[in-house]
Ligand binder design. Structure first.
Ligand code: NAD
Ligand code: WQD
Length: 342
């Protein structure tokens, strides 16, 4: 079975490509490298001793997409390619809607032209918005996320539902990721943010290796057990395996029609203070921090009800918080400048 992975050079994509290769799938990666390096694909090939077809290009480029679908017999598409910085999306909404929504529609149009009908989409816990109570369950209505980034995920989930309704052959899965962290246990691939990291773990890891002076904890007065925000952090390798489980579920359930949503999380909420402590324990490095103002748009606490993925996909997050910290630190220590080597 041959799978086209858009955004496959990125953080979650590269770990998923590795997992797909380990499960004997053939992989074609399509990525414009706007937020990644081709080095991630080279490392995945070295780790698995398997080949990946890599094509550089943008999902908005339908001519290039057509070329791929005519040269390769693609059976399914896993669609990671997107812009993903929540804060940036508030300032550049048009870029986000252009890349994420228009880009996805271009991809779906070309898939339809070539009669490729299996789709796995990178959605996000952000689709539950502020309206829903925690833990989030897939039966809840989608919310109204505050950011254009989050809104783009809600809109694409809707587009997929409508497309599956209109085209009876088209079917797929929306995977709603909670907070992926960690890196492959080899330390060869991991998260490589450009500039100042927006997300917690990359920031903590950069403090640990001396690239940043101290962590700012955004808010210490939330209505949570220790006053800091709580999230459902899951290991990126577990998340990658969730994609393989989704591909297998589609293969097994040929009679399934439509789009099914699954939360991919651990079902456990962990506070920012607990993350800092766990990282210090795992790395034996002290992480200086200060309590700073709350960050706009942050919710106090959210986590997954992960039962549906466990029941239907037979997928559960397996790695511990300690492993998430050890693997993050290993990657950051081995490659303090990510894929840039300098
Ligand atoms: P990432 O930025 O590392 O990966 C995205 C990849 O897509 C990059 O390699 C980038 O170069 C590529 N890309 C971006 N725009 C493209 C375009 N127009 N055409 C072709 N390639 C393009 O991000 P990630 O963390 O690996 O996220 C992957 C997906 O998962 C995204 O859709 C993101 O929204 C979603 N997601 C991520 C998180 C998270 O916390 N990381 C959580 C929920 C959902
Ligand atoms: C985690 C916690 C911060 C940085 C984001 C997106 C979400 C999803 C995953 C894509 C929060 C705190 C952070 C720092 C801090 N992405 N923090 N100091 O915001 O839960 O989720 O990534 O779909 O849509 O919103 O993740 O890692 O940014 O923050 O105190 O320097 O760490 O306030 O409580 P978040 P995060």
């Amino acid at each position: 079975m041959k799978i086209l992975v858009t955004g496959g050079a990125g953080y979650i994509g590269s770990h998923t490509v590795l997992s797909l290769l380990e499960n004997s799938y053939q992989v074609v990666v399509y990525d414009n490298l706007s937020n990644s390096s081709i080095e991630s694909i080279a490392r995945v090939q070295a780790l698995t001793n398997k080949e990946v077809d890599f094509i550089e290009g943008d999902i908005k480029d339908k001519a290039k997409l057509r070329q791929i679908f005519s040269e390769h017999k693609i059976d399914a598409v896993i669609h990671f390619a997107a812009l993903k910085a929540v804060g940036e999306s508030m300032h550049k909404p048009l870029s986000y809607y252009q890349s994420n929504i228009h880009g996805t529609i271009c991809l779906l149009e070309v898939m339809e032209e070539y009669n490729v009908n299996e789709f796995i989409f990178s959605s996000s816990a952000t689709v539950y918005g502020e309206e829903n109570n925690v833990p989030y369950v897939e039966t809840m209505s989608l919310g109204t996320p505050a950011s254009p980034y989050g809104a783009s995920k809600v809109m694409i989930e809707r587009v997929l539902q409508d497309q599956a309704f209109a085209n009876n052959s088209f079917r797929g899965v929306s995977l709603r990721y909670f907070n992926p962290i960690g890196a492959h246990e080899s330390g060869e691939i991991g998260e490589d943010p450009k500039g100042i990291p927006n997300n917690l773990l990359p920031y903590v890891a950069q403090v640990a290796v001396g690239k940043r002076e101290k962590l700012s904890i955004f808010g210490g007065d939330y209505p949570t057990a220790d006053g800091s925000c709580e999230r459902d952090y899951l290991h990126v390798v577990d998340l990658a395996k969730g994609h393989v489980a989704a591909v297998k579920w589609l293969e097994k359930n040929q009679s399934f029609k439509g789009i099914e949503a699954f939360n991919l999380g651990t079902g456990v909420a962990v506070s920012v203070f607990s993350i800092v402590k766990a990282f210090e324990l795992a790395s034996a490095v002290n992480i200086p921090f200060e309590i700073a103002a709350r960050r706009a748009g942050d919710l106090p606490a959210f986590w997954a009800n992960a039962d549906k993925a466990s029941e239907k996909l037979q997928w559960q997050a397996e790695k511990t918080l300690e492993e998430m910290m050890i693997d993050t630190f290993r990657w950051q220590s081995k490659y303090p400048n990510g894929y840039a080597h300098d």
